[in-house]
Ligand binder design. Structure first.
Ligand SMILES: NC(=O)c1ccc[n+]([C@@H]2O[C@H](COP(=O)([O-])OP(=O)(O)OC[C@H]3O[C@@H](n4cnc5c(N)ncnc54)[C@H](OP(=O)(O)O)[C@@H]3O)[C@@H](O)[C@H]2O)c1
Length: 371
């Protein structure tokens, strides 16, 4: 049977989850917000997978390494995977899709991918928001070798396309069976609220999850997004849960990514001094408890969100992440980690979430693949 042949989804069908995985590590599961999707509490972030010559990042890992990481994640019980059309010209989607086809059953995994805003060329050519989304999902499904994704995510706010068109386009994707649910990333709480109000009014699919930038050293989501998600039962699946590795490495430790990931440096270098005490406290608790910094940083986040999205460039990284679900921080440890934080300016994609920035050149694109 070909993996990507559409299989009718039966929510009552038994699912294969690892409860007693190799190495004694057992990932825990939860529902994704108000949906019937059962997801591992750790989501595998796939931005670090893909052809390093074909995209924004020079530090991504090749297909063989990707396969080993995905395989180990599945063995450990991780069933939730996050990729995007923007990652290395679609090669992240391609590597992930092929690995899942070989190592998992489609109905046992929850696959999320994301689409980008309309390009200036599409706008000039009169391509509507609805048509744009149709092209994007079809390209992603071809990259993944799948007939549907479980979660289709609006990657970043598209100031140049009417929100009604986006919501209608997404609703068509769901109606066509190409996505089971929709989620959103990199938005303000008011934007999510407005979008779901339109969906409510029109009877469209609503956003069930939000993928924002949230970790121990970047906590701006706590102002408005976290209370709003609690109120609406929307799942929080934050990205850069380890601050691109900064919360996983003892001061002084380095890596190819830490040296070459200029986008992450742009996100964190400006506040490095304010963040250093938090990173030091993470390391101190890890040493005291005899666990990794990854476990401490993720345990902190697991107390607040549905499923953090964690990137990995080595098999050992996944093991560290999977173990985090077993670590429970004490109230004193949590308070001690919380205490040094000071409000941070918005950086990265959220700093560009303005009408003016929308017209400027963006670091994100579909790369060398044509849509
Ligand atoms: N929606 C969005 O706009 C958006 C933006 C960014 C990311 N994301 C998603 O979120 C995922 C995670 O984001 P991210 O990669 O920026 O951040 P992350 O999870 O904060 O950091 C991942 C990095 O941490 C290091 N690491 C992980 N486990 C480790 C361990 N046990 N010991 C030491 N180092 C470890 C690795 O870096 P080294 O290679 O340096 O060792 C790895 O690449 C992405 O893959 C993507 O799916 C989404």
């Amino acid at each position: 049977m070909r993996f990507h042949k559409k299989q009718a989804f039966d929510p009552g069908a038994p699912r294969r989850y690892n409860t007693d995985s190799k190495g004694g590590i057992a990932v825990k599961y939860t529902k994704l917000g108000a949906t019937d999707l059962t997801v591992s509490r750790i989501c595998m972030g796939c931005m670090g997978f893909g052809d390093a010559k074909r995209g924004q990042h020079t530090w991504t890992v090749d297909e063989e390494t990707t396969r080993a990481i995905v395989r180990r994640g599945l063995e450990l019980g991780i069933n939730f995977f996050d990729t995007a059309i923007a990652y290395q010209s679609g090669t992240s989607e391609q590597y992930l899709g092929r690995a899942l086809r070989d190592f998992a059953r489609r109905e046992d995994v929850v696959v999320a991918t994301k689409f980008l805003p309309r390009t200036n060329e599409e706008i000039a050519d009169g391509v509507s928001g609805q048509e744009h989304i149709r092209r994007m999902i079809d390209r992603s499904l071809a990259n993944l070798g799948m007939d549907y994704v479980d979660l289709y995510i609006y990657h970043m706010w598209d100031w140049q396309t009417p929100l009604e068109d986006i919501m209608e386009g997404l609703n068509e994707v769901v109606k066509a069976g190409k996505a089971r649910y929709i989620g959103i990333s990199n938005c303000f709480a008011w934007q999510l609220c407005r979008a779901n109000d339109i969906a409510d009014r029109e009877g469209f699919a609503k956003f069930v999850s939000v993928q924002g930038h949230y970790n121990l050293i970047f906590r701006e989501e706590e102002r408005e997004m976290a209370p709003f998600c609690r109120l609406e039962h929307i799942a929080m699946t934050p990205y850069s849960a380890l601050a691109g590795g900064r919360l996983a490495k003892h001061p002084g430790e380095t890596s190819k990514r830490l040296r070459e990931d200029s986008y992450a440096r742009f996100k964190y270098d400006g506040t490095a001094e304010a963040d250093a005490p938090i990173i030091a406290r993470t390391a101190e608790i890890a040493d005291r408890r005899g666990v990794s910094m990854t476990e401490v940083a993720l345990a902190w986040l697991l107390g607040r969100v549905t499923a953090p999205i964690v990137g990995a460039t080595k098999v050992s990284h996944v093991e560290g992440a999977a173990k985090a679900a077993d670590l429970v921080l004490t109230a004193e440890e949590t308070a001690w980690l919380d205490e040094p934080y000071v409000p941070h300016p918005l950086e990265g994609v959220m700093a560009q979430n303005t009408p003016d920035a929308a017209r400027a050149a963006h670091v994100w694109s579909t790369g060398s693949q044509t849509i």
